[in-house]
Write a protein that binds this ligand. Structure first.
Ligand code: HEM
Length: 502
């Protein structure tokens, strides 16, 4: 005889599902945003769903983002949520394979490698790599013929994946990795990348060839970096502008240097952290620009205004100048609002945590609790598309960011008024706090440290492309959520023609 136990009233509402273990995996996996918006309508900002036996409690909206991303890292724990996915790829003794304090030291070391001096040196290198790519890649045949009247096409993801790895390896990763890209490194990278999928997240160990390839590739890439480090050390060579050089000089608070394998594994982590996020964002950027010829023209005119030389040419921007282009900045911001590459930020719950009544409360006298053993999930992607926060939320409109008195600011006011509190989101810098509707780079302790690099990389790529070609696409594709990072669905073919540029 089955005894049905009454459900603990302190548990947040559970999303209805037919399949016991699988739970809501199909709805979540196919379209997490649609799933979250529907659940929000039904259950409010906080609810629990089942994902292959895991209990995942979602907290939505700026307060939900704050609850999870501003939570204590010992209680809402990232290592426990991610290590089974990341450690086989990155390797031992770094990131989520170590206690959080140690990883925070490693993050500080990486920041040294991302210093303004380093970033300044990167602009020219990125420009050169993009230029070179356009000159040799077969998709850009029409560009290469110099004919300004003929149109060609390219697959935006294919192009941006190449451009992103070329530019990241030329700059952050260093010349040995850049050289290796033409040889074995590209294949190894691709095998390693095959281990970064939702399947790997859900099932850490399966007897599949892709898992074995991932492990072999990790071994070889790790060895490749270790040899670079050892050669540099023996040769006493001076590579002042890349990440390996920066990491080789760092020491932990206890006086220990980073070990060679730790440097190698941090380099792999950075490669993975930047590759899909930047290539996806770059793709969405070019898709929207191609879909909005007026914005494309305005972006081109912005380049002309800032970088024209007396002989009618366009000179290279500097790092500082690149950061001060209002439309370029707005175009990137707006693209990250609608297409943040990471739709779900997860933590494992190590202790029971009460949910603040302002976020979700069952009645006056009870408080909901997220119990130990659940996962929590924040999705800034939801607040970034919330019609209560953003006017015409589904419209890609970079100009909403341009006017402090304009749409975005008004939308923030409206939101703040509704919640009864006046929150200063600090216009233009809205991704800084943990209680903000706009957080494409996350917030709190685990916030991204690649933001400046990503803006530099994306800004330089867009500037270089917009100077050289016009682009068109009739429709911006929908999201494909079946990859770890949100990508545009196929077809994603952009038409282009060469501008009169020399
Ligand atoms: C963390 C987004 C590019 C390195 C994060 C997080 C987000 C994010 C949302 C928070 C994850 C969490 O809380 O669990 C992005 C976006 C990028 C980008 C949208 C580009 C458009 C990069 C690049 C690098 C990088 C280029 C490296 C050069 C990191 C690192 C963390 C991080 C080290 C810290 C993880 C932690 O503390 O747990 N990023 N990222 N990211 N990102 Fe990025």
């Amino acid at each position: 005889r089955q005894v049905i136990m009454p459900r603990d009233p302190s548990l947040p509402p559970e999303v209805f599902h037919w399949l016991p273990i699988i739970g809501s995996a199909v709805q979540y996996g196919n379209d997490p945003l649609n799933f979250f918006f529907k659940c929000q309508e039904k259950y409010g900002d906080v609810f629990t769903f089942i994902l292959f036996g895991r209990r995942v409690t979602v907290a939505l909206g700026p307060k939900g983002n704050n609850f999870i991303l501003g939570g204590k890292s010992t209680v809402f724990n990232a290592e426990d949520a991610y290590t089974h996915l990341t450690t086989p790829i990155f390797g031992k003794d770094v990131v989520y394979d170590v206690p959080n304090e140690k990883f925070m030291e490693q993050k500080r070391f990486v920041k040294v490698g991302l210093s303004t001096d380093n970033l300044r040196a990167y602009v020219g290198m990125i420009e050169e790599e993009v230029d070179e790519f356009l000159k040799i890649d077969p998709s850009f045949r029409v560009y290469q013929t110099n004919d300004i009247n003929e149109w060609g096409t390219f697959d935006v993801i294919m192009a941006l994946q190449e451009i992103t790895i070329l530019t990241a390896s030329r700059t952050l990763q260093g010349k040995e990795v850049r050289e290796g890209l033409n040889k074995t490194f590209a294949h190894l990278y691709s095998d390693l990348d095959g281990g970064f999928t939702p399947l790997n997240f859900l099932f850490p160990n399966l007897p599949l060839e892709s898992y074995r390839k991932r492990d072999r590739a990790h071994q070889k890439i790790s060895q490749f970096y270790i040899e670079i480090i050892q050669k540099r050390r023996e040769g006493g060579e001076d590579h002042e502008h890349d990440m390996i050089a920066a990491l080789m000089q760092q020491t932990y608070r206890n006086g220990e240097h980073l070990k060679d394998h730790e440097i190698a594994h941090i380099m792999i982590a950075l490669l993975m952290a930047g590759q899909h996020t930047s290539s996806a964002t770059g793709s969405w950027l070019l898709l929207h620009i191609a879909n909005n010829p007026d914005v494309a023209e305005a972006l081109y005119q912005e380049q002309v205004k800032f970088f024209s030389t007396p002989d009618g040419k366009l000179r290279s921007p500097t790092y500082e100048e690149l950061r001060q282009l209002p439309l370029m900045d707005a175009v990137i911001r707006e693209t990250l609002r609608m297409h943040p590459p990471i739709h779900s930020i997860m933590r494992y719950v190590r202790d029971d945590v009460p949910i603040p009544g302002t976020l979700s409360a069952p009645s006056k006298d009870t408080t909901y609790v997220v119990p130990k053993g659940h996962y929590v999930l924040a999705s800034p992607a939801v607040s970034q598309m919330d019609p209560k926060v953003w006017k015409d939320t589904s419209k890609w409109d970079p100009y909403r960011w341009a006017d402090p008195e304009g749409m975005a600011a008004r939308a923030f006011d409206t939101y703040a008024d509704e919640s009864g509190e006046k929150i200063d989101y600090g216009f233009g810098a809205v991704s800084k706090g943990t209680e903000s509707p706009y957080q494409p780079f996350g917030a709190g302790k685990h916030r991204c440290i690649g933001e400046q690099f990503a803006y530099l990389q994306l800004g330089t790529i867009v500037a270089t492309v917009i100077r050289r070609m016009e682009m068109r696409i009739e429709k911006v594709p929908e999201h494909n959520y079946h990859t770890m990072i949100t990508m545009p669905k196929k077809p994603r073919i952009i038409s282009y023609r060469r501008r009169n540029f020399d």
